[in-house]
Design a protein. Sequence first.
Length: 345
Amino acid sequence: MESRVASVRGKKLSELGEKKVIEEVIARYVAKPSWDEYLEVPDDARDVLPGGPRILFSIDGYSLEKILLPWRTLRDAGWCAVVGAISDHIAKGGVPRDLLVSLGMPSTTSVENLIEIFEGIRDATTEYRLRLLGGDLNESRSPWIDVAVLSYTSAKKPPRRCCGKVGDEVIATGVYGAMGYVVIHGIEESARVNWVIEATKKPRVYVETAIAISLYYRAIHASMDVSDGLGYTLIEMSRAMSRGIELVEEPEYYRELDGVCKDLECLWKYILNGGEEYGVVLVVDQRYTSALLDYLHKLGIPAKLIGRVVDKEPHIYLREKNIERYVKFWDQFRGWSATTKVMEG
């Protein structure tokens, strides 16, 4: 197989054609059927046996231009596309297993660039024990990637984002502040800060969170992943619940921010803004908060109690003050915008 790939290196996709690119490049990254499966490349569909009693599915699409921060490679972009897609499932208690990937690339793209993207996809599938089952390849003036995911859960009722109650407590998993630094200081300045580059080059997820959610789903009244920034996630959940969220303590954050900020409000600005942190916000019956936190910590997942649901207008509050004006949100069509303006149109 390596010799076949070597024979097409140095060529453009237009020189090979779709069929040869799929057969000699992409097929080597596609998982073989397990003993109880039948369809494989070059079949136009795949069959799977579910890995749990309930199946979750979704699709996420990305412009490669938007994924590629200056310090990211195409290999990093392949990784990021997979991680971003499976994060939604983890927040609902689904353990991701199966992927399909569709790519749109200019015909002038080199085989080496295509291979680099798929190497990043393979890095992520290896790290998180996933299987790439196939996909599609298209010609496009602007490169893009879509990732479809199947995950499996034993939770009878995966938690929605809407259903927290007054008195519930709010847990956040993950580590925050690095992408907030990018939002506040801009890409050019952030590119000179090593800890920011390290934290944002290949964001990670904690797949084990899905196991905790599937075990405690009866006590988890709402959940949502943090892909567009912690502030945006909290605001979305607050509005879905028609209740306020009072912040009581910071989540885990990059301690380099202690040298950047001199007060609590400054620190929260970095924590709330950003994106691609891929933690999870859980709204939990307060009787089970300690047990759930203990279990998350045993799994090696950074997690803290950061707030509570309160009987107020649906906003996020710090020391009784509405702090939503601090939050910016990435919109695919508008770019960075004030959250309130985006949501109100």
